[in-house]
Design a protein around this ligand. Structure first.
Ligand SMILES: [Zn+2]
Length: 114
């Protein structure tokens, strides 16, 4: 189980640095949009910035969500419930956990709820 913990820790570090770079981008775009503050509401640049902001905002939410999943997986590892499907209680399966170390559901349940 130790390599699982390592895999999750690596995934967590990677997710955090991705989040840091996204948040950095996000802040600089927000700052840029404050700088160019709309005298002209029809400024095409302004529309591009608003679009970029919403795109990055969505990515940030997604990456934060993933970070939460990784943390929850680490908690399950401590509980001894890691690798057990939350829906049907059967084993999630080695290959799936290797591909998705933070998976909560076995492949059958994941397909059923998708
Ligand atoms: Zn299941």
């Amino acid at each position: 189980m130790d390599d699982v913990r390592q895999r999750l820790a690596a995934e967590r570090a990677q997710t955090q640095s991705r989040l840091a770079s996204l948040t950095g981008d996000h802040e600089s775009i927000v700052a840029a949009s404050l700088d160019t503050n709309a005298d002209d509401e029809h400024d095409p640049e302004g529309a591009t910035i608003a679009f970029e902001r919403s795109q990055i905002g969505a990515l940030v939410r997604q990456v934060r969500g993933h970070l939460g999943e990784v943390d929850a997986a680490l908690v399950r590892l401590d509980d001894g419930t890691y690798g057990v499907c939350e829906r049907c209680g059967s084993a999630i399966g080695e290959a799936r956990l290797e591909a998705l170390p933070a998976a909560r559901l076995c492949i059958r349940c994941a397909a059923a709820v998708a």
